[in-house]
Write a protein that binds this ligand. Sequence first.
Ligand code: PMP
Ligand code: GLN
Length: 379
Amino acid sequence: IETKLPKVGTTIFTVMSQLALEYKAVNLGQGFPDFEPPQPLRDALARAMDEGRNQYAPMHGTAGLREQIALKTERLYGRKVDVDREITVTSGATEALFAAMAAVVRAGDEVIVFDPAYDSYEPAIDLQGARAVHIPLTVPTFSIDWQRVRDAITPKTRMILVNSPHNPSGAVLSAGDLDELAAIVRDSSIVVLSDEVYEHIVYDGAQHQSVLRHPELAERSFVISSFGKTYHCTGWKVGYAIAPPALSAEFRKVHQYLTFCTFHPAQVAFAEFMASTPEHYLELPAFYQAKRDRFRALLAPSRFKLLDVPGGYFQLVDYSAIRDEDDVAFSRWLVEQGGVAAIPLTPFYETAPGTRLLRLCFAKSDATMEAGAERLCRL
Ligand code: PMP
Ligand code: GLN
């Protein structure tokens, strides 16, 4: 067959998790917590199933969950969103990203993405018959050079995709970055797709600069989040998209024929847990900051150089003092010989910059972090 995605193989997350199993390595690769979601949330899920919430949910999400999302959005970002017309619950952020692109990007359009870019973005763009225009982030801060963005805009630019806190680097956008973005898209028809799945995981007292805080940008944006990250349940695959009514209407045209609706019992459980325990997401920065700091302290005696981590749950490390080879080769060596699975950055680039960096996930129990760090310190 003539493949539609000739460049796509198996995602690096699956590749590395399989290698971790094969070599019995400590898996600090694929990003998922190795601890359980809060017990009351699991109880609420079981109850929702026992109470018969097992059939299709409303197409755009249960009213209870959308209300909780709206409350949170107003409380944290000062934006009132219309519960009925601006929030759509999706089967993970992955579905939301795909649906947003399919809703507005046409064949021949261009979508600006920043490299390293999360690996689901480009295939979703390709499947629209559109073209991803890659702009590398500035290493080692992984910040956006806005002049390069201005230079990349053409009449075909339909969308700019931003991700803060950023996977894999942990970089966060500032309020000034949002102003730059707003100035670039002003008086254009460019739509912003803002991947904010790590919105609650920002460190050192910083505030997450959601596009929803920026009224001008919010008027032309899809903002995507994921309950998997916030509530330690990546396997439940529930996320959502917030967008103004006209964009949400187009989004729902795709969503209703892509999945129609999202796992019903989990929506009931999230709504109940968010109402009873709103402090969960407020406590998340401190929860993960303790893990970040513990992991960094454990790695301090190693020969890895640690980059700053302003947000997210990944630590980038420079391994150049250990071996002189590219990151794909090094991550292969590390899982086979070092007993630790990590994620190389090259798969997230159009043009690999040759940095000697690996991504390690610290959404892990103390025991896992210690086991991983002990092996990393031997190298
Ligand atoms: N975007 C980014 C930046 C992510 O890191 C992830 C999850 N790893 C997703 C989207 C997808 O989220 P979900 O699992 O909810 O589909
Ligand atoms: N988002 C996770 C990560 O960055 C992986 C998700 C997946 O495996 N598709 O590691």
